[in-house]
Design a protein around this ligand. Structure first.
Ligand code: AMP
Length: 395
């Protein structure tokens, strides 16, 4: 992996693809600074090694030059976080943009306007990529969240830099964390997959069967398995078309020596709402009028014991409808168990969408070894795909 340490930044202008796609409120103030803070180590590294920085990012999905989605709104916040006055360029490419970039002195930072004001960005346009490349002398990608896209600034641009390109610190950490689970994890390795539907996790499950020793399946996808195994699921979310697939998967897991763990009991509601009446059922016998919305206490205890025995733990997807506080116990319990295992030396990675939201919401983030910053990119990594943004840095 080409890292920051392998590059000389002395008097160099580094183009850094960052992920400053941050939420803004109605007053155009940044409401969550996490992504800006996450890019700081890479920027600091380059500045302290004699370089200047040209920051490229997208913000939202503008149709044309939507002024609400201008990156100029975040300049004060970026300046505050970096501890230096950040300059802004209203154009992304062209003479003016190039002149602004060329005028940078070591130690200075320039943020360019929203890349997605140009449709050439997402199209991965060659000419646009070449123009972007004019803005600097070294290319650094630190945006894991867009590494699964072959866009101009995330992938195509890299070919104009031969050896003078590298992973930013954040991107390197993401790749290392995924490798720690999928390539060189200490055994026993456990993956916990939750979420709504089995159909959306098929490729991930298939990939994981070759990598893990144990697989906990939770959340709504459980009921497709329950039904496939002859149980009754009441009104629970279920994909009957995937029952055969579920059975095949259980068989495949057996052949590969992977133990699949399904919840033995579920907390059901008589309605899909937080205020629904609750009742506990064995997961294989949920009567009509009830739907499984959370993992039950026996399941939570069994999962807890298993988690404590594992040395590498991957978690993707909530164990229940955690958005309803009354059905969040299973998700919170899993997070706490992983936290305990991590404290005792296990490596834990949480990634891909809702489990990250849950971990943050329930104050469990600091208990995990690593929390991925990229939803789609993480999911594609777990599907075993090589991300174009990462591949482009390695040629
Ligand atoms: P996913 O994006 O596939 O990871 O799914 C996340 C969603 O699954 C969350 O919004 C959860 O509310 C939902 N979910 C988890 N468990 C259940 C369940 N038992 N029934 C319905 N939805 C669920």
């Amino acid at each position: 992996m080409r890292l920051l340490e392998n590059q000389n930044f002395e008097n160099q202008r580094a183009i850094i693809r960052v992920d400053f796609n941050v939420p803004l409120d109605e007053n155009l103030q940044v409401t969550d600074k996490t992504r800006i803070e996450a890019a700081k180590p890479t920027i600091d590294y380059i500045l302290s090694h004699g370089g200047s920085c040209v920051l490229l990012s997208h913000l939202g999905r503008p149709k044309g030059n939507d002024p609400k989605l201008s990156l100029k709104h975040i300049v004060p916040e970026v300046s505050k976080i970096l501890g230096t006055e950040v300059q802004f360029s209203e154009t992304v490419v062209g003479e003016k943009a190039e002149a602004k970039a060329a005028a940078l002195k070591p130690g200075q930072v320039l943020l360019m306007e929203n890349l997605r004001y140009h449709e050439e960005e997402t199209a991965g346009d060659e000419n646009f990529s070449k123009q972007l490349a004019q803005l600097g002398t070294v290319y650094v990608n630190d945006a894991f969240g867009t590494a699964h896209r072959a866009h101009a600034s995330t992938t195509i641009i890299a070919k104009y830099f031969n050896e003078k390109k590298c992973f930013g610190e954040l991107l390197a950490k993401e790749v290392e964390a995924i490798d720690k689970v999928l390539k060189n994890g200490e055994v026993p390795i456990l993956a916990i997959l939750g979420g709504a539907k089995v159909s959306s996790k098929i490729t991930i499950i298939e990939t994981l069967l070759d990598k893990v020793d144990h697989l906990i399946l939770g959340g709504g996808m459980v009921y497709t398995f329950t039904k496939a195994l002859g149980g009754t699921v009441g009104n629970s979310i279920c994909e009957p078309d995937y029952c055969d697939y579920a059975l095949g998967l259980l068989e495949k897991a057996k052949q590969k020596g992977v133990t699949i763990h399904l919840p033995v009991d579920v907390v059901a509601g008589d309605d899909f709402s937080n205020d629904a009446n609750q009742q506990l059922f064995e997961s294989s016998s949920i009567p009509d009028g009830w739907e499984g919305l959370d993992a039950g206490p026996k399941s939570r205890e069994q999962f807890h014991q298993l988690i404590l025995k594992c040395k590498t733990i991957l978690w993707n997807g909530p164990l229940g409808v955690f958005e309803f506080p009354n059905f969040a116990k299973g998700t919170i319990a899993i997070g706490e168990s992983i936290g305990e295992a991590t404290k005792s030396g296990a490596f834990s990675l949480v990634g891909g969408g809702d489990s990250v939201a849950a971990v943050k919401q329930f104050g469990l983030a600091s208990k995990m070894s690593y929390i991925s910053t990229g939803g789609g990119a993480m999911l594609e990594s777990l599907e075993g795909k090589t991300l174009p943004g990462i591949a482009a840095l390695e040629v």
